[in-house]
Design a protein around this ligand. Structure first.
Ligand SMILES: NC(=O)c1ccc[n+]([C@@H]2O[C@H](COP(=O)([O-])OP(=O)(O)OC[C@H]3O[C@@H](n4cnc5c(N)ncnc54)[C@H](O)[C@@H]3O)[C@@H](O)[C@H]2O)c1
Length: 261
């Protein structure tokens, strides 16, 4: 088992990529902390995960609220004694045409997708430093390095805020890797391409989702949409000791997207 008895906080762990990572970590013996916004969604995730024999608790936390992230870290240490792994996965997107996107759109996305990574990392860092051990895995996006077409291919509008936030996560990863490396904490980043989850359809119609998936299949060199298990395996690599001499790195898990090449 690659994560035996490791305490792993997964933000946004109640659905999509976060839940897939939690499932994969559970298979490897981790003690899971499903951190998410809604108690009902956390309960639903726990009722899927715990029958598999995984040890897991829930923690309600809005990652964009600094005080809630501090409470989360303190509560995990109180209940489980340590924090070995943090997956900064919680995220939202709002596809809005650039010309009409609002200040509120910008703040909503940046607050969760970028500031949330900063707040959660800051909250767990003292414990990881004291342990002289930690693994932080940030989830950015292919949109953080390559600009996607807007208003076509099932994308109903621009993603300026989302792409800016995700590009920031790549740089935050490097900065935190420098800060925390001397204390045995690695900080890496996974940049997913297109995966079918709630976020893919949050501001798209079902027809636009299908159009988007069809377009993406044609623009990745592997010619297909990836599975959540494939993505979870990469997150596991950075969360485990197999990546012990890697830090500050962003790994694209995107089937070889042409807009990155
Ligand atoms: N699905 C994709 O194609 C794709 C591609 C690139 C990057 N990503 C990134 O992967 C991550 C996970 O997204 P997903 O696809 O699983 O979407 P999802 O919508 O299924 O999951 C996101 C989770 O984050 C939680 N969340 C949202 N705001 C939060 C907050 N303020 N505090 C705590 N939790 C919050 C949601 O409740 C939800 O459980 C995101 O960071 C997203 O940007 C997804």
């Amino acid at each position: 088992m690659r994560l035996k008895d490791k305490v792993a906080i997964i933000t946004g762990g109640a659905s999509g990529i976060g839940k897939a990572a939690a499932d994969r970590f559970g298979q490897e013996g981790a003690i899971l902390v499903i951190a998410d916004m809604s108690p009902a969604n956390i309960e639903a995730a726990l009722s899927d995960l715990t029958p598999k024999g995984y040890r897991a608790i829930g923690q309600v936390c809005d990652v964009s609220d600094q005080s809630q992230t501090q409470v989360m870290a303190a509560e995990v240490v109180r209940q489980l004694g340590r924090i070995d792994i943090l997956v900064n996965n919680a995220g939202i997107s709002r596809y809005r045409p650039f010309a009409t996107a609002t200040s509120e759109d910008w703040d909503a996305v940046l607050n969760v997708d970028l500031k949330g990574v900063f707040f959660c990392s800051q909250a767990v860092a003292p414990q990881m430093r004291a342990q002289k051990y930690g693994r932080i895995v940030n989830i950015s996006s292919a949109l953080g390095t390559g600009a996607a077409p807007h208003g076509t291919a099932g994308s109903p509008g621009g993603s300026a805020a989302y792409a800016s936030a995700k590009a920031g996560v790549g740089m935050l990863t490097k900065t935190l890797a420098r800060e925390l490396g001397p204390d045995g904490v690695t900080v890496n980043c996974v940049a997913p391409g297109t995966f079918l989850t709630g976020i893919s359809s949050s501001t798209r119609t079902p027809e636009q989702v299908q159009e988007h998936l069809d377009y993406r299949k044609k623009t990745v060199v592997l010619g297909r949409i990836g599975t959540l298990e494939e993505l979870a395996n990469t997150i596991l690599f950075f969360a485990s000791d197999e990546s012990s001499y890697v830090t500050g790195h962003t790994l694209h898990v995107d089937g070889g997207r042409s807009d990155r090449m």
